[in-house]
Design a protein around this ligand. Structure first.
Ligand code: 1PR
Length: 556
């Protein structure tokens, strides 16, 4: 399609949409200057990041007015996430005004009854099923990640609500998950990250005839009442720990309590880095099996500068071309200095990963140091220099995951007088023998579990939320690779501390362990590595067990 243009305002991670279009076989061009709008016959704006940064960048690059003119001209426009939000009057996220084409504001979600950002797969319900010409079924699950939305309110904003194409419920709030009128289509969700359903939706829009684009009638105004619960699914995440083996090839490895070297023992394998497969091959396999998200962790990045680690960037690039669900990349997201003395900021490193196709970056050790500084300054707010703050500011908090790697620190509960008394967990009488009669708190580590720091996991969670993280991945060195199940006490402690979504990790040994973590805690997602790599349990098995337990999951 020669007239298909994509608008990139230069500060969003937009590679995912480019990869989806390539997968669907479309050619496209990037809008780089105001004149390009005239050449476009179809325009997609995959806005990722914050409303303020999107509008600010469009203005400073002279693209905001040409965008308004393009939309007014009647040529087909498809805005994704922020690309949909800019159509509205204003946003509670920003002081800058939107295009004002849809006359109502973008507001924040109420976080009193749910995690914010709204992150994961939720159902978009078509308001008027007779209009469903674009491949969307009456109710389809798509991937959302946002803290702000246009709330469905036909009494207050009747004109704006006539744009409603689909609505979605999160907690007890109903919002516009897509809008459509005449030549304009916008989705709050990310079709480019929504697996086959999302690819089908993009394809259907691109195949529509110009007549269909201009003839979509306004939606009827309806009263839509919230159902008792929303349709957001629990997410299953497959994680690949990646490092070079002794031959220098990048492999997926897996540790026992973070030790990734073989203990077992033929003369050939003793002490070798465990090799469980190739990262891109496994990523593709897990995507096809129905993983809701994938995570690639560069576990030896603390040794050197990740920007010189071209093989890891190449892995991310190749994986992102093959998987169409969110991809998180972790390891080495920090300020660093190349061996030739070139300084590299954390945001440069994150930017390289985003351009390679990552949707989120995961920060480990740096988060601990940042929270130590925050605590020293009285927990008020950060100084704006940490990796969490700089990346969240530019790319939005939803793009920043913090990976916590705590270890249990055992204490005698009768004599413990340290600062973490309120966070102590007590061994259960029917629990593992070594835990009985004991108590412990969860102590943070850095450098892949090699060094403990005087920060608790609870403090870390509290601090990174203040600094602007959008999600927390909760590992536990003691449980990693053991197959004993997730540590529900730790997950509950973290969930009680923060409002942002949490991913439980470390210790999954069976499909039942996923049922346990979703029934025993309110966590949003659960991650496993070893059982998937060794094919002891498949992603399909996990989803089947969850469905049998009446836990809401996504069908791939
Ligand atoms: O500190 O910002 O450079 O980030 C380093 C990242 O690499 C952190 O996210 C840290 O968790 C990870 N990492 C470092 N060393 C290791 C190691 O194993 N030697 N892997 C490591 C951590 C933990 C999970 C694992 C779950 C589930 N791996 O990722 O996948 O525990 O495993 P299981 O299901 O088999 O039990 P920075």
């Amino acid at each position: 399609m020669s007239g298909l243009y994509l608008l990139d305002y230069g500060a969003g991670n937009v590679q995912s949409l480019a990869n989806s279009l390539k997968k669907l076989g479309y050619q496209f061009t990037w809008i780089s200057k105001p004149e390009d709008f005239q050449k476009a016959t179809n325009l997609i704006f995959p806005g990722v990041g914050s409303f303020q940064s999107a509008i600010g960048h469009l203005q400073s690059r002279g693209l905001l007015e040409p965008l308004r003119e393009y939309i007014k001209s009647g040529k087909p426009y498809f805005g994704i996430c922020i690309g949909m939000q800019v159509l509205f009057e204003s946003s509670a996220e920003a002081s800058l005004k939107g295009l004002g084409i849809i006359p109502c504001p973008i507001e924040g979600f109420d976080d009193s009854d749910k995690a914010v950002p709204h992150m994961g797969w939720n159902a978009a319900e078509v308001v008027d099923p007779s209009q469903s010409s674009d491949g969307a079924k009456p109710s389809t699950h798509y991937y959302f990640v946002h803290s702000y939305c246009a709330k469905y309110n036909p009494e207050k904003y009747p004109e704006a609500m006539s744009w409603a194409y689909t609505t979605t419920q999160y907690g007890q709030e109903i919002f516009l998950s897509s809008v459509r009128k005449a030549n304009v289509f916008g989705t709050q969700f990310h079709p480019e990250k929504s697996g086959e359903a999302g690819l089908a939706l993009i394809d259907a829009w691109l195949k529509e005839s110009p007549a269909t684009h201009t003839s979509t009638p306004p939606a009827p105004l309806r009263t839509i009442l919230p159902k008792p619960s929303h349709s957001l699914t629990k997410r299953i995440v497959a994680c690949m720990d990646v490092r070079a083996n002794d031959q220098g090839d990048l492999v997926v490895t897996k540790g026992d309590q973070y030790d990734v070297r073989e203990k077992a023992v033929t003369a050939d394998t003793a002490g070798a880095v465990r090799n469980l497969g190739k990262p891109v091959t496994l990523a593709e396999k897990y995507f096809e099996a129905g993983a809701d998200e994938l995570c690639l962790l560069n576990i030896t990045s603390f040794r050197h500068s990740p920007l010189r680690d071209q093989p890891m960037l190449a892995v991310v690039r190749a994986a992102a071309e093959r998987v169409f669900v969110p991809l998180t990349i972790g390891g080495g997201i920090k300020d660093s200095v190349d061996p030739d003395g070139t300084p590299r900021s954390a945001i440069e490193v994150a930017g390289a990963y985003f351009r390679a196709g990552a949707d989120k970056v995961s920060i480990g050790s740096e988060a601990v140091y940042a929270v130590e500084r925050l605590r020293a300054s009285g927990w008020e707010k950060g100084d704006g220099t940490s990796a969490i703050e700089t990346i969240a500011h530019a790319y939005g908090r939803q793009a920043v995951v913090v990976s916590i790697d705590p270890k249990r620190c055992y204490v005698d509960p009768a004599t413990y007088q340290g600062p973490y008394a309120a966070e102590l967990v007590y061994g259960k009488p029917d629990g593992p023998e070594k835990e009985r009669g004991k108590a412990w708190w969860y102590q943070c580590t850095v450098s892949g579990g090699r060094e403990t720091r005087d920060v608790s996991a609870v403090e870390l969670a509290r601090g990174v939320e203040i600094l602007g993280a959008g999600e927390i991945l909760v590992n536990l060195v003691d449980r990693d690779g053991t197959g004993l199940g997730f540590d529900l006490d730790l997950v509950n402690l973290i969930k009680r501390t923060v409002k942002i979504p949490v991913v439980a990790s470390s210790g999954a040994g069976s499909a039942q362990h996923f049922v346990d973590v979703f029934t025993g805690t309110p966590v949003e997602a659960a991650l496993a590595a070893g059982i998937f790599h060794r094919e002891e349990v498949k992603i399909e098995d996990v989803k089947r067990a969850l469905k049998e337990a009446r836990i809401n999951v996504r069908d791939p």
